[in-house]
Design a protein. Sequence first.
Length: 393
Amino acid sequence: MRKADIGVIIVAAGRGERAGGLVGGPKQYRPIGGRPVIAHTVAAFLPSERIGRIVVVIHADDGALAADALADHLDRIEFVVGAATRQASVRCGLEALASDPPGVVLIHDAVRPFVTPDLIEAVALGAETDGAALPVLPLADTIKRGVNGLVEGTVDRAGLFAAQTPQGFRYDLIRDAHARASVEADATFTDDASIAEWIGQPVSLIPGSSDNVKLTLASEIAAADRHLKETALIDVRTGNGYDVHQLVPGDHVTLCGVRIPHDQTLLGHSDADVGLHALTDALLATCGAGDIGTHFPPSDPQWRGASSDRFVRHAVSLVTAKGGRICNVDITLISEAPKVAPHREAMVRAIGDMTGLSPDRISVKATTNETIGFVGRREGIAAIATASVVYGD
Ligand SMILES: Nc1ccn([C@@H]2O[C@H](COP(=O)(O)OP(=O)(O)OP(=O)(O)O)[C@@H](O)[C@H]2O)c(=O)n1
Ligand SMILES: C[C@](O)(CO)[C@H](O)COP(=O)(O)O
């Protein structure tokens, strides 16, 4: 099979009547573990290099919801409007792929967010080899047939399986089967393997996964949300920053928010506080918010002589707005003179004021450069900073 010769159709045009319909929004867009159901589903298909086009079939009313839920992946997916039944929605997806047909197509429910790359790979391989492949789980419960609230009989469960998605097919085969079924079949099919069976195509059974549940009821969506929250990794992020400024003759330097009398001064557009500049970059780095120059361009006259605590306060507000809680910050000043130790406590207090952190979460350290290099020659002062931030609820 050619690279990227697998197409994917994710059907998401249903109204989720059994999950309470549109109250709370269509179920495929409701959040589980902080992200819409469909965002989890689509993400599972992205890592495979063999997957080319991904068509997401949506309801005509859901354009804005879908674009918002999948905003991070708009360059990888195509939206197509679906139809009144799952079968008809799948057909819309199949027709969308016809302009550049893949060798194999995987058809998946948007509301099966726990599908794994391994299962996707196994189904693709099965479809490639056998023409049609279906992931299944053997039934574990005793199966009863019932009528009017009474058991009518017990069904022998040997050889019975529950069908999952993704279901994989050679593209031409399933496109033709769907086209025929749409005009010739009396019944509506609830999955695509049934349509392949209907045209007489053998469908091979692939071991499914008990995690790959379909979120049908509101209680199942709530359980999925609880499961993801219970098993979520803590989202701890680390950022680092580095800055250096030149020393010229003068009467003070400002380091970590503290003015220190000295026979030199740091040259810069703002107050040239290398410690706070490095700290600003470290904080911004924890949420991919660029660097200090992105927010306070040196070309902008309004920052001339600015007190650098403004930069730190701005970075703190961006981190907080993105749901971040700063755990600790650590700054190392690399300076031959002035000595930092006598001012360390004042620096910690100043940074505590800017960040809201208690002193035990703020570290300010200093080292000389052993008289070598530009720091050792007292031509400049450098600073390195690290920040740790926890993101999430
Ligand atoms: N006309 C339809 C109906 C269903 N689907 C999709 O097919 C999958 C099948 O799951 P199901 O639980 O049956 O979804 P709904 O049809 O939305 O649910 P319900 O039957 O409870 O209304 C879902 O991703 C659903 O969005 C679709 O694309 N188009
Ligand atoms: C396609 C499917 O998910 C396989 O189990 C299932 O058939 C869809 O079921 P529904 O009848 O649309 O709920």
